[in-house]
Design a protein. Structure first.
Length: 402
């Protein structure tokens, strides 16, 4: 079999099969109508000829693709002549314009005089489906006649479909983990090597994302997968974005003194009753001056977190244990002495009758061992109660008036 000329079709689309598939095109594959003309030996020697004539001005052939994917190239080898010539004719592949046929020549017994070229694109190639290639010779004045040789082969065309293994896009990455615990500021910065126009499809922990950009920012911790598509040739890659390190917000407590365990950080103690910052409480250790619940905002390396609230209930308890209160004489008929020992600072006291009515309400400042004289001359005999307050803490003493 002599190959009269070759047609090469190329495409930017790249398949992934790495193989070549050849389709033999015989008269049964021609698009009808065609008319069988003659067969026989019209040349000297052993070359035989079979003739097929189109009955219209459009002819072509079909074949069914046995592969999926878009081919890198299609080559069509033709073992025929067309008796008409000298005019360019439009061609289509699956009804999509794909070029022209130029300057076809008459039959030659040697098969060497035919010189013609086609330029069409396989971008409309139907993978795993029927393909139709057509030539439109409308306006031709001569008979469109196919002269095939040798007759015993009965192949008029061969379609060679080449699925070239694609070169996948190269993917490299720069990953940025979260700067702080749950800060959602992770980043993926891709660098793509290759040529072409890329599309990107992302997933997080297996769930498709709406993002289609090359790079991602503002990421939560998790596993991210990207598919980089270069016109059908795809590279998949997976990345792990880690959470930030938690700030140590452990707090130890000794009575009303709280200490943040992390050294070398910055601190702000707050009142848990309303989350308000305590003015001046910015040291690692905080001593509460009143009972309540307190926490510490610890900042380390630009990351902040707040400790659990620690209840303080011991303010004044130790002081009351150390303060000694004595009353004498008791019972009394006129005056009674309140002796305060072990306390320095403000003190207040209230005298209540048996009905709970306040009949004396005084405050003063004491220093060390102090005697406070309370005049009860004008009060009726009976039982009274003396409430003594020191630094917000209270004790009640019983007095008998004669």
């Amino acid at each position: 079999m002599k190959k009269l000329f070759t047609l090469l079709l190329s495409s930017l689309a790249i398949g992934s099969f790495g193989q070549v598939v050849v389709y033999d095109i015989k008269p049964a594959d021609f698009v009808s109508p065609f008319l069988e003309l003659t067969s026989g030996d019209i040349c000297s020697g052993s070359v035989e000829e079979a003739k097929q004539q189109s009955m219209g001005n459009t002819w072509g052939f079909t074949w069914t693709s046995t592969n999926s994917g878009t081919p890198a190239s299609i080559q069509i080898d033709m073992y025929y002549t067309i008796s008409d010539g000298g005019t360019a004719y439009a061609t289509t592949l699956n009804s999509t314009a794909s070029g022209t046929v130029d300057n076809v020549s008459a039959f030659s017994c040697t098969g060497a005089s035919i010189s013609s070229s086609w330029s069409i694109s396989p971008s409309s190639y139907n993978s795993s489906a029927l393909n139709t290639f057509m030539v439109d010779m409308t306006g031709s004045s001569a008979v469109n006649q196919f002269d095939n040789f040798p007759l015993t082969n009965d192949v008029y065309f061969q379609v060679t479909v080449d699925y070239t293994s694609c070169t996948a896009p190269g993917v490299s990455e720069a990953l940025t983990d979260l700067s702080c615990l749950d800060s959602d500021d992770g980043e993926i910065d891709l660098t793509i090597t290759g040529s072409g126009t890329y599309t990107f499809a992302w997933k997080m922990d297996g769930t498709p994302m709406t993002e289609t950009t090359e790079d991602l920012t503002g990421l939560a911790p998790g596993e991210y997968t990207v598919l980089v598509d270069d016109g059908g040739c795809v590279t998949a890659d997976t990345f792990q974005i880690a959470n930030g390190t938690a700030v140590d917000v452990a707090v130890s407590q000794n009575k009303n003194t709280l200490t943040a365990q992390l050294a070398g950080a910055t601190y702000q103690w707050i009142d848990c009753s309303d989350d308000s910052p305590i003015v001046g409480a910015t040291s690692q250790t905080f001593t509460a001056t009143s009972n309540g619940s307190y926490a510490c905002i610890v900042t380390d390396g630009g990351c902040s977190d707040t400790s659990a609230c620690s209840p303080v209930t011991s303010v004044g308890v130790e002081e009351l244990k150390q303060v000694t209160l004595k009353l004498f004489p008791n019972p009394t008929s006129n005056e009674i002495n309140l002796v305060v020992d072990g306390h320095s600072g403000a003190i207040s006291y209230s005298l209540l009758n048996i009905a709970g009515k306040v009949i004396v309400d005084q405050s003063t400042t004491v220093q060390g061992n102090t005697n406070i004289l309370i005049d009860m001359t004008k009060f009726e005999t009976g039982v009274y109660f003396l409430k003594v307050n020191t630094t917000g803490n209270q004790r009640t003493l019983k007095i008998v008036k004669r």
